[in-house]
Design a protein. Structure first.
Length: 621
């Protein structure tokens, strides 16, 4: 456990955070959120002792071990096993068996352990980095953007791993859906302060919005009251008989805290320019086949039509051909077999992983956007710079001094300034913080053209995808449906044949150990336990339903009484009835929330018991 009190960190005149305090308690899994550049990684480095802080205290128990997984992947040894052994404590430097055990648990075979780290996919390289942390047996795990450049399967694997992590965890990630599935608490750096809440990022941002709304209303009310008191003092200062009241108000003014107006926080706020066009289809892909090696096609005989305003997401493991397909559509790679036919009025814009290299490093941000399209003037370029959070003199920075995330924003700016009706996007959320990802999601959703996107971000897939191109195994399939339907109907083969099969095999092995008599006894115990667990939820559901019914009956009577009072023009009765109606309406809304929550909990618990009973019933047949 860690206790941080009144911690302040700044770089020159730039204050990252000031007098922040929070605790990391036993078995908490914390999501650390905040905008890029607000100090998340710096806070990690302070906790590990790699960075000094200006003031405050950090209390860490003796012999409390901290494991830090940074963003960068770096390997120096010639085998996976040797690289993993670098994480062993000095007293255990020769305990290779310990590393082998964890490597095997994370999916490395005995042959893999003797291979160079560089030959593995990004997902397995992250696992190897994780091994180096785990062999030190940390009490606290610090993970900084562990999902960057990983495919969906690797992200889902890490998600499951972290959910079973038995000790403390602090996680930084731009992928909101990933964070929300893992964390028990959220800590946010906002306006140089820290707020910790129980729950996911949605609850955190809702709380921040509520706090700032209350702050602003209080500030405005205080300003109004201060003005009224000042006017009273000014008006009656010379009146002797009111001297006591004037002095009382002067003292009140002296005691009042004057709150500053909240500074506007810069945020991405933009939309893509869309050129309408006639026609049902944007493009047709006909019998396209492509390979880098003879007789090893990456894309094999793919055919599909993509319509006006379609939302198509390309998904699958890394290295299977997703970016290749996007490049073929964009014309960045020549077709080998088949054809891609576009509507003649298509105006295409491409955001691709290596496109940042096409930026002219000697231009300013403003000039790079200005020269993106012939009909753009300098004021329009400046406006887009502002939308991309390059305001004022920041728009005059040279491309060569920008970070990866800033260059990605410039690439987006170039797309914004150009009239388009077909967007090709390859992993557009890399380097973006959560707020920027939210803005991009909204802009894509509001775009009136067609979108084809490669992404591993499951929040984007759930929100945007209407059709899928799925790279799975040695196949490429078109799935006519959204991502949730894909998970329900097809799912990821690796999960089905690997994780789920192992869990099922373990369950079956355990069940087989039981005699039929024991299984029947176990079945009775499960039914009894299910009844005990579900009963309170059922009672809450019943109580909420009766409460809603009773309140609605009373509301009907009040409505009838309101009609009579209105006809009689009885003002007092109307006011009284209005208050009662408002109270019952609030009760109904509260009861519906309670009913929804209780029903969800009931169904979740019931499903778990139904699975166990179904398995036992199959064994007893």
């Amino acid at each position: 456990m860690i206790n941080i009190e009144n911690l302040t960190k700044s770089y020159g005149s730039q204050v990252l955070f000031e007098n922040i305090s929070f605790k990391v308690n036993s078995q908490e899994r914390i999501g650390l959120v905040g905008r890029n550049g607000h100090g998340k990684t710096t806070l990690f480095r302070i906790i590990t002792g790699e960075e000094i802080y200006d003031s405050g205290t950090i209390s860490i128990p003796k012999r409390y071990r901290i494991g830090y997984l940074p963003q960068q992947l770096g390997f120096t040894e010639d085998t996976v096993l040797k690289e993993g052994m670098k994480g062993l404590p000095e007293s255990e430097k020769d305990h290779c068996w310990k590393v082998e055990k964890i490597l095997a648990g994370l999916g490395f075979s005995a042959e893999d352990m003797q291979c160079p780290p560089g030959q593995f996919s990004g997902g397995f390289q992250v696992r190897l980095n994780l091994v180096k942390v785990l062999v030190s047996e940390p009490d606290l795990l610090l993970l900084d953007e562990p999902t960057n450049y990983l495919d969906i399967m690797s992200i889902r694997w890490i998600e499951g791993f972290l959910n079973s992590w038995p000790r403390e965890l602090i996680l930084i990630s731009h992928d909101r859906s990933f964070v929300d599935k893992v964390v028990t608490h959220t800590v946010g750096i906002h306006r140089k302060k820290v707020r910790k809440i129980t729950g996911d990022t949605g609850k955190y941002y809702s709380q921040i919005a509520l706090d700032e709304e209350i702050y602003e209303k209080t500030r405005v009310n205080d300003q109004r009251r201060e003005k009224e008191i000042t006017q009273f003092v000014t008006r009656f200062r010379a009146k002797a008989r009111l001297a006591t009241m004037v002095q009382s108000r002067i003292k009140t003014l002296e005691k009042m805290d004057r709150q500053d107006k909240l500074e506007r926080i810069k945020a991405l706020d933009y939309s893509f320019r869309c050129v309408p066009y006639a026609g049902k289809n944007a493009l047709s892909i006909r019998n396209v086949t492509f390979s880098y090696e003879p007789d090893q096609p990456v894309i094999d005989n793919l055919s599909m039509s993509i319509g006006n305003r379609d939302r198509v997401c390309i998904i699958g493991k890394n290295g299977k051909g997703k970016t290749t397909l996007l490049k073929l559509i964009a014309g960045m790679l020549p077709l080998q077999e088949g054809e891609i036919v576009f509507n003649p009025n298509i105006k295409m814009g491409v955001f691709e992983q290596t496109n940042v290299e096409t930026l002219d490093r000697n231009r300013t941000i403003e000039d790079e956007i200005l020269y993106s399209h012939e009909d753009v003037d300098r004021q329009q370029a400046r406006n887009v710079c502002g939308a991309m959070m390059f305001e004022g003199d920041a728009a005059l920075k040279k491309i060569q001094v920008l970070s990866g995330g800033e260059k990605s924003r410039v690439m987006l700016g170039k797309l914004l300034i150009t009239p388009l009706n077909l967007l090709l996007l390859d992993e557009p959320t890399n380097h973006f913080d959560m707020e920027s990802c939210d803005a991009l999601l909204a802009a894509i959703d509001n775009f009136d053209g067609t979108v084809i996107m490669v992404t591993h971000n499951e929040m984007f897939l759930q929100a945007i995808a209407e059709r899928l191109i799925v790279f799975q195994g040695s196949r490429i399939d078109v799935f006519e449906g959204n991502y949730q339907q894909f998970l329900e109907k097809c799912g990821w083969e690796e999960e089905i044949t690997d994780t789920r099969s192992r869990e099922k095999a373990a369950d079956q092995t355990e069940t087989m150990k039981l005699s039929r008599k024991e299984m029947r006894r176990r079945r009775s115990e499960i039914i009894g336990e299910r009844s005990r667990i579900l009963k309170p939820f059922g009672q809450r559901i019943e109580k909420a339903e009766k409460g809603i019914e009773a309140s609605e009956e009373k509301l009907d009577k009040l409505n009838a009484a309101m009609v009579e009072a209105s006809q009689a023009q009885d003002g007092k009765k109307i006011a009284s009835l209005s208050r009662d109606m408002h109270r019952y309406q609030a009760d109904i809304e509260r009861l519906f929330d309670e009913l929804e929550k209780s029903t969800e909990l009931y169904e979740t618990e019931k499903k778990q018991y139904d699975v166990l009973l179904d398995q036992l019933d199959r064994e007893l047949e």
